[in-house]
Design a protein around this ligand. Structure first.
Ligand code: ADP
Ligand code: ASP
Ligand code: MG
Length: 406
């Protein structure tokens, strides 16, 4: 009979230095028994990925994406080799692999590649030899045998995808907080740890800025129904289970508050108000590979209207270039930009059945003298775009008003 497999992922802060790598090696060995197999996925040490990105930016503001993948993937190669060395130094069998070596095949889109297949042959072979397998997160290889990366936070996706491929019972995500909280504990001191959260709520929180999990990894976990256990690498206690149903005893309307300072707003002023204009604008923007988020088009009284939309801040330059060309072609007026915005959101799957939640959110922001620039809603969330300087104040006030306690 094959032994059950446990997949454990350790984030950057958990492997930030040699002492922490030694502690992770101990922790992995505490989980390993004769009756199970362990596959470990690691992120790069501490802030290595940011530091590598900064190095390239010193050479040019828009480094070629293929070369960025070559560069950024090296961070995880260092941590997986060091962890394997640490485990072997404690007298146990371990082997490290890159994403390519374990057959993580992706499409050709550099810096945010999609996983297509995983053969995991070398993992199975190494496990059958009773070795602890350590895999470099965040990376794969494409059909040209070029290294690709899976988007920031992509080691979460590596872990979830391997857990699915290997038929693991659970995917454990070890990080520097004790689980998923009702708000980022770095912003809200009395944020509460959530015991269970549904894939849908976690996906919404991650998409709206809760960086504790990569949104795509939750999407994949949901599709294959693999439970995720988010927990601390510094404490033994249970963390948060992410599963299909959150099994809360009492249905609370708002489960979490998130914020995101990684967007920018672009406004094309005085575009003609006629059929096909929005289609033209957003087709051209999508052609330069930018995904647009919130869009606001005002009612026109003069046959011209302003169109505002948000894009990832890292794509602002690309977007402005395209927007200038669009404005010229449509005989619109100027293009404005604002990269000092933030999105604050409330998330909760029970929100759809409650009245007055949106009003309460807007009222709270008003009482704190925070101006709302844009509003969007989904079935299970409401987001407001505000000035970046008000982010923490807004998150704290919303957390208090919706009294987010377990
Ligand atoms: P890792 O290096 O382990 O991948 P990350 O920095 O990516 O860790 O994610 C962990 C961080 O996410 C925490 O330190 C915390 O500040 C932040 N975070 C944001 N929102 C939340 C939330 N709702 N619950 C828990 N942590 C959150
Ligand atoms: N090291 C990569 C990043 O910082 C991937 C990860 O940590 O998940 O985005
Ligand atoms: Mg992370």
């Amino acid at each position: 009979m094959t032994k059950p497999i446990i997949v454990q992922k350790f984030g950057g802060s958990s492997v930030a230095n040699i002492d922490r790598i030694k502690a992770v090696a101990q922790r992995v060995l505490e989980t390993k028994t004769k009756k199970n197999n362990i596959v470990v996925v690691v992120s790069a040490l501490g802030d290595t990925t940011d530091e590598l990105e900064e190095l390239a930016m010193k050479l040019t503001p828009q480094p070629p994406e293929r070369e960025m993948d070559m560069l950024m993937s090296t961070g995880e190669q260092i941590s997986c080799a060091l962890l394997a060395i640490a485990i072997k130094a404690l007298g146990h069998e371990a082997i490290s692999f890159t994403g390519g070596q374990v057959g993580i095949r992706t499409d050709k889109s550099h810096t945010k590649a999609q996983i297509e297949t995983i053969d995991a042959q070398r993992i199975r072979q190494a496990l059958s030899e009773n070795k602890i397998v350590i895999v470099a997160g965040f990376q794969g290889i494409n059909s040209d045998n070029d290294i690709t990366t899976l988007g920031r936070g992509g080691s979460d996706l590596t872990a979830v995808a391997l857990a699915i491929t290997l038929g693991a019972k659970v995917c454990e995500i070890f990080t520097d907080v004790k689980g998923i909280y009702t708000a980022d504990p770095r912003i809200v001191e009395d944020a509460q740890k959530i015991q269970n959260i549904s894939y849908d709520e976690m996906l919404e929180m991650a998409s709206l800025g809760a960086q504790v999990m990569q949104a795509r990894s939750i999407e994949v976990a949901k599709r294959f129904n693999i439970p995720i256990h988010v927990r601390s690498s510094f404490a033994k206690e249970e963390g948060t289970m992410i599963t299909q149903n959150s099994s809360k005893l009492e249905q609370i309307s708002v489960s979490g508050i998130t914020s995101n300072k990684k967007e920018a707003k672009v406004t094309i002023c005085a575009v003609p108000d006629k059929p096909g204009v929005a289609a033209h604008i957003f087709t051209e923007i999508s052609k330069v590979g930018v995904s647009v988020d919130t869009i606001v088009q005002n009612v026109s009284h003069t046959r011209h209207t302003d169109i505002s939309f948000t894009v990832p801040r890292s794509d602002l330059n690309k977007t402005l270039k395209a927007a200038e060309q669009i404005a010229q072609k449509l005989h619109a007026r100027e293009v404005l930009q604002d990269n000092k915005i933030a999105r604050v959101s409330i998330v909760g799957s029970e929100m759809r059945s409650r009245h007055g939640i949106a009003a309460q959110m807007f009222q709270t922001l008003a009482e704190n003298k925070i101006n709302i620039e844009m509003i969007t809603t989904s079935e299970i969330s409401i987001s407001c775009i505000i000035h970046e300087k008000n982010t923490d104040k807004a998150v704290k006030a919303l957390h208090k008003i919706f009294s987010l306690k377990d």
